[in-house]
Design a protein around this ligand. Structure first.
Ligand SMILES: NC(=O)c1ccc[n+]([C@@H]2O[C@H](COP(=O)([O-])OP(=O)(O)OC[C@H]3O[C@@H](n4cnc5c(N)ncnc54)[C@H](O)[C@@H]3O)[C@@H](O)[C@H]2O)c1
Length: 284
């Protein structure tokens, strides 16, 4: 997808962080915008921050872990603008605990948002985008955690590695169909956003996180520190992502050190060697 002007972008998790930065990039390229997030007030505040013309922006509250919400989001987007060209499955939540301290509800929340959210987006938007026959693109926000496994983040790592797998599979299928719709998977390391405080956006049906042991709390603090120390901003990540979309690049690794960690991991797998790459929270 090389032409952006007047095309329609849908961005989930668009009220803050990387999603809001993607929205800024989309508007800078003269796109029309569907901004989705959990909370209508947060969306309105995002629209004001963007200084976006209300006639070119649709705000839509949706919990991406709910299939019916994403179906309604797609209906709203196509009803308002008649087409969608760029789908950014970006909404996601962070969670840091020892593997033994993830409750069933923790798993359901993290997988529900980070993986099912992407799957619902693909299911409800792609067939209509394909039917239009026009060039388009799907950007799935995974993470460096989708490529290397950092201790203390079992459900997050599993969800993001699944998003990478889903994206690779979707790309292969669309290529086999000679579809004009491209796919990219965005794999940033740490970026200063509110991802370390995701408990604030945990829907009540997933309950609350239980008390953390000292070991789990240390991992959570490490994650918060790493997020806050991230050297590339959300705006940097969004700009890199849009450049990659324009160039039809599939893997987007904005942090160079991650490529090295990926190379080491796959060399270890190919040699059936003991895993050596423990990516410490502060590494990126
Ligand atoms: N910040 C990082 O270090 C980092 C690194 C790699 C990948 N990511 C990924 O980037 C994406 C964006 O995260 P961020 O860093 O901007 O965090 P953020 O918390 O600042 O923004 C996430 C947005 O998603 C929304 N959201 C959360 N649950 C939702 C749900 N169920 N339905 C709809 N919206 C929901 C939140 O309200 C928020 O506006 C996520 O997928 C995250 O996993 C972040």
């Amino acid at each position: 997808m090389q032409a952006f002007s007047d095309r329609v972008a849908v961005i989930t998790g668009g009220a803050g962080g990387i999603g809001l930065a993607l929205a800024r990039q989309a508007l800078a390229r003269d796109m029309r915008l569907v901004l989705a997030d959990l909370d209508a007030q947060a969306l309105e505040s995002a629209r004001r921050q963007l200084g976006a013309d209300p006639a070119r922006v649709l705000l839509h509250a949706a919990d991406v872990s709910r299939d019916a919400d994403v179906a309604a989001l797609a209906d709203a987007a196509f009803t308002r603008f008649g087409a969608v060209h760029l789908l950014c499955n970006n909404a996601g939540v962070g969670f840091s605990r020892l593997a033994t301290e993830h409750s069933a509800a923790d798993w359901e929340w993290v997988i529900g948002v980070n993986l099912f959210g992407v799957a619902h987006g693909i299911r409800h938007f792609l067939p209509r985008m394909q039917a239009a026959g026009a060039p388009g693109h799907v950007l799935n926000t995974a993470s460096a955690a989708g490529l290397v496994s950092t201790p203390g983040m079992s459900a997050y790592n599993a969800s993001k590695q699944a998003v990478v797998a889903l994206s690779e599979t979707l790309r292969a299928e669309l290529q086999a169909q000679q579809s004009p719709i491209g796919v990219s998977v965005l794999c940033p390391a740490w970026v200063p956003t509110a991802i370390h405080a995701s408990e604030r956006v945990r829907p009540p049906r997933f309950g609350h996180a239980g008390d953390a042991s000292a070991a789990s709390a240390a991992y959570a603090q490490g994650m918060e520190h790493a997020v806050q120390a991230g050297r590339l901003s959300a705006d940097d990540i969004a700009r890199i992502a849009f450049d990659a979309i324009a160039q039809q690049r599939f893997y987007i690794l904005p942090h160079r050190r991650i490529a090295q960690a990926v190379a080491e991991r796959f060399a270890q797998i190919a040699q059936a060697a003991q895993p050596q790459t423990a990516v410490a929270p502060e590494t990126p």
